[in-house]
Structure formats: C-alpha cells, structure tokens
Design a protein around this ligand. Structure first.
Ligand code: URA
Length: 235
C-alpha cells in the first residue's frame, strides 16, 4: 500500500492532508530524513513530526473502562473512544469493541480492528470465560451457584436457557461470576432472576487475560504474548 494511504488510514487526515504533510517535510524516517510520498519505507521506520506512527492495522488493545462511558461510536455522553487517542476514531479498518460493557459496568474491554480476531474472541467455539465481580443489593441466599450452574436458567423474554455459569460467593453481598456467553445485560438479569440486584459490576478477566494493574481509563496495546494468554483457556 502507498504510504500516503497507509498514514491516512491510521487517522492522520485525508489523503490530501497527508500528501500536504509530506510536502511540508513533517514525515521523516527514524533517522530524521525527510520522506517523499513514493519512498518505499516500512511502518516502523516512519515518523510524523518526529513521533512514531500509531500501531499498524491488526491493532488489538485492552482498555480499563470506567463507569459512565458507553461502548459506542456516537451515543450522547462519554464514549470509550474519548479514552483513546482521537485518531483512533478515524482509523480504517475501524477499531471496534469486542462485545460491549454496559455504561455502568467497569473493567476489561478488548478492542480491535482485526475482524477475524474479533470473531475468534466472541465465537462460542472459543468458549472464553469472562469473569465479573458484582456487588449486590441483598445478601446471597445460598442457592445461586446451583441455579447458575444448572444450564436451565431461562432469562425473561428468552427461549434458550443460559449455559452453565460458575458463581463464587466472596462476601454475603459480593460475588464472582464466570460466564462463557455474552447475552444482553446478562449478569444483571441473572441476579434479577434470583431476586437480587446488581449494584456495581466490574469485568476483571477474559480468558487468561486480566486487567491487573492497568489504571481505570487507561489502555495498552496487546502483543502476541497477550493474545496467546487470552486464548489459553479456549475451546
Ligand atoms: N453483564 C451485564 O449485565 N452487563 C455487562 O456490562 C456485562 C455483562
């Protein structure tokens, strides 16, 4: 691909704007030599205003989503894209979230521009466990683990029962729930089905990948080792 198009696709501007950036000498190689639009040059050797280019397509990242942000490109209010460099919203291929977290849910959210990777993560075949930490309005009754593990729990207005899920009681009003599905508002609806109410919800892990010490509102790119960790429990 021509580098003007490559850089434009990363969200730096239209092709016309990027061509102008070349003419202005703003695009150099790593040694500071001014580049011309038809120079053959590798992604990693390109600098814009002295800064390395944003990650090439094939980007996957983890975001520690705070409460109050919506997983959407254009809803009213704060969006997950507000937590990323503004250029990331202009990228082609598009950077999308892998599934969604509710606005009031915090925690681990994956994003990628790699459609095949996205489908592999959400595919039922991968069977990736997702771990949620919930605080509840009422004490656990004691039967929830059995109900959730049964494989027969039917949520309101659904026709297929939920796959078995694992509940661990952490405190009377705190539970860790491991799911392999991702139905709409699933955790909140599961607790509603057993007469409780989720007050706070946080996703701490997907597959083998945990948020660890990534602060709220921060993101980091995933490398091949992270992706191997993600799929460690797959299948
Ligand atoms: N289940 C929910 O209810 N909400 C989320 O955001 C994720 C899982």
């Amino acid at each position: 691909m021509k580098i003007v198009k490559h850089i434009a696709n990363l969200g730096y501007g239209s092709r016309k704007q990027v061509a102008l950036m070349f003419r202005e000498g703003r695009i150099t190689d790593a040694a500071g030599e001014v580049l011309y639009a038809d120079d053959p040059v590798e992604h990693d050797n390109i600098r814009v205003d002295g800064e390395p280019l944003d990650p090439a397509p094939g980007l996957a990242l983890m975001l520690h989503k705070p409460v109050g942000y919506t997983c959407s490109t254009k809803d009213a209010g704060r969006l997950i894209y507000d937590l990323l460099p503004p250029r990331f919203r202009q990228r082609s291929p598009v950077l999308s979230s892998v599934g969604r977290l509710d606005r009031e849910t915090s925690g681990l959210l994956l994003m990628t521009d790699d459609g095949a990777l996205l489908h592999r993560i959400i595919s039922p075949k991968s069977n990736l466990p997702k771990v949620y930490e919930a605080t509840l309005a009422q004490d656990l009754r004691g039967n929830e683990a059995d109900v959730f593990a049964s494989g027969t729990l039917l949520l309101e207005s659904e026709t297929t029962p939920l796959a078995p899920a694992v509940l661990e009681a952490v405190e009377p009003r705190r539970a860790r729930l491991t799911l392999t599905e991702g139905r709409y508002h699933q955790v909140r609806r599961m607790f509603a089905a057993v007469g409780n109410h989720v007050e706070t919800l946080h996703r701490s892990r997907i597959g083998g990948l945990a948020l660890e010490d990534l602060p709220s509102g921060q993101w980091r790119a995933l490398d091949d080792a992270d992706l191997a960790t993600l799929f460690i429990h797959a299948g």
